[in-house]
Unconditional design. Structure first.
Lengths: 274, 274
């Protein structure tokens, strides 16, 4: 069954990257959207406190702050710097009253994925007390294996959930993005398992275009690629997830078009292809 | 332990794509290389019979013919065409006296990966008798999940081996390429399992550059990326594989350099990073 309205639609600021935060807030609210996930790049100029004040004037829930992570590095000093940077990022998330920090966990080409995963776990455990103090949850987002060299040693939902369960803190869960996980034949079973442990914290959508021209910046609108988003969304429903469905698209093509027109297309795609 | 010499080195013609087949044969033989895997593009001009005659004049074993496959399609007529095309490809392989046809199995963005995998199995089963008659084995190559929209619904070694065992023919096995599978944490266990069933038919090497600039044509020389090739190679050794180690690199960068110099670099990389 298609989604009946846009009451569960959330937009990531990066999706309409050409808009400064104040324009995005205006436009999203005018379109009847009720939720926003805020990227670090969107608040760089004004800073988190001023951005938090601004956001609080709009009828938009802040769903997540994007992004922390990037813990692994062969040099322990660099790992310590990464932890400290994540603490600053948590302060920013708290200033925005974002209840969740999305973690792109990181990887390093000079060491094994196993070593990187150990360092990710150490990094997350190091920031949990500070996150709890600031009332910000932490969401581990598995990334597509094509980013395993540098962006994430966690390449599927099973690895993400296994780490969440090993860490065993109620504030650490899994963030799913269909773009990263659609190819995995364990997907339904692992979404179920996330639900059983009450650890599905967020759900992101976009589409995988065929062909895809760029490894990072050629994501598609829902319905324009090969991902069966409605099935995956139903699996998240069945797993008990009733949070927002977040549209997160990086696209050189869409960033070049009129963003108001793009926003209408996003809403249309959301209603017909999620 | 590093490889002691180049007695197990095989080159794919696509690796030195600017060279016509006759130049590749001359140059490989002069460099002391003993084996070659031949791409369809390398024999297009002269045809398989003439190419087979030419190859037989050189002290080079033909290891595989690349490539068949691309079975899935929503239209049954297109699937029938794909089967017929694979029969012609098998005839070409036989003319070259290639003992193995590498299968890039295919996928289609308009249908599920499950459906595509069923069609892959049907396609392979349809060509087995003809392959047996022509004394050509069939190798299922799992491809990286970033190609799951169009090139291969088989995205990891477990799926490839499971299909091989379900088909249950002694002429169908698995072809491994480190580029496609390095990120998989089931890798060692699945290579072992291939060995237990005596189904590891071929082993390809190159490297994953960090960053990678192009999804298809930016493969690295062994040692220049993040793949731990020596460990994977040792796992294939332990699984009883004693065939050739095949260098298969698609690279706009390397194709632009002097190919004799590139050949020397390949040999050096093979001796130091495999």
């Amino acid at each position: 069954m298609a989604l009946p309205d846009i009451s569960r639609l959330c937009l990531h600021t990066i999706t309409t990257k050409p808009w400064p935060l104040e324009v995005a807030l205006d436009q999203y609210a005018q379109a009847g959207i009720r939720a926003i996930s805020i990227w670090q790049s969107a608040i760089e100029d004004m800073g988190p406190v001023k951005a938090g004040d601004l956001v609080s004037q709009y009828p938009l829930d802040v769903i997540s702050y994007v992004r922390g992570g990037f813990f692994p590095h062969p040099d322990p000093l660099e790992r310590q710097k990464a932890v400290e940077k994540n603490l600053r990022t948590l302060e920013e998330a708290a200033a925005l009253q974002a209840p969740l920090l999305v973690l792109v966990c990181g990887a390093h080409p000079d060491q094994s994925l196993t070593t990187s995963r150990e360092q990710i776990r150490d990094g997350i455990e190091a920031i949990i007390p500070f996150a709890q103090q600031h009332k910000v949850k932490l969401g581990i987002e598995p990334l597509h294996p094509m980013y395993a060299d540098s962006r994430s040693a966690i390449v599927n939902i099973k690895q993400a959930l296994d780490m969440v369960l090993a860490i065993d803190s109620p504030i650490v869960g899994v963030v799913l993005d269909v773009y990263h996980i659609w190819w995995d034949d364990a997907l339904k079973a692992e979404i179920d398992r996330c639900g059983q442990h009450d650890r599905l914290f967020a759900f992101h959508v976009c589409d995988w275009k065929s062909p895809t021209e760029d490894m990072l910046l050629d994501r598609g609108l829902m319905g324009e690629g090969c991902i069966d988003i409605p099935s995956i969304r139903k699996w998240t429903d069945n797993a008990g997830f009733n949070g927002y469905i977040e549209v997160e698209i990086f696209s050189n093509i869409y960033w070049q078009m009129d963003q108001t027109e793009f926003l209408h297309r996003i809403i249309d795609a959301y209603l017909h292809h999620c």
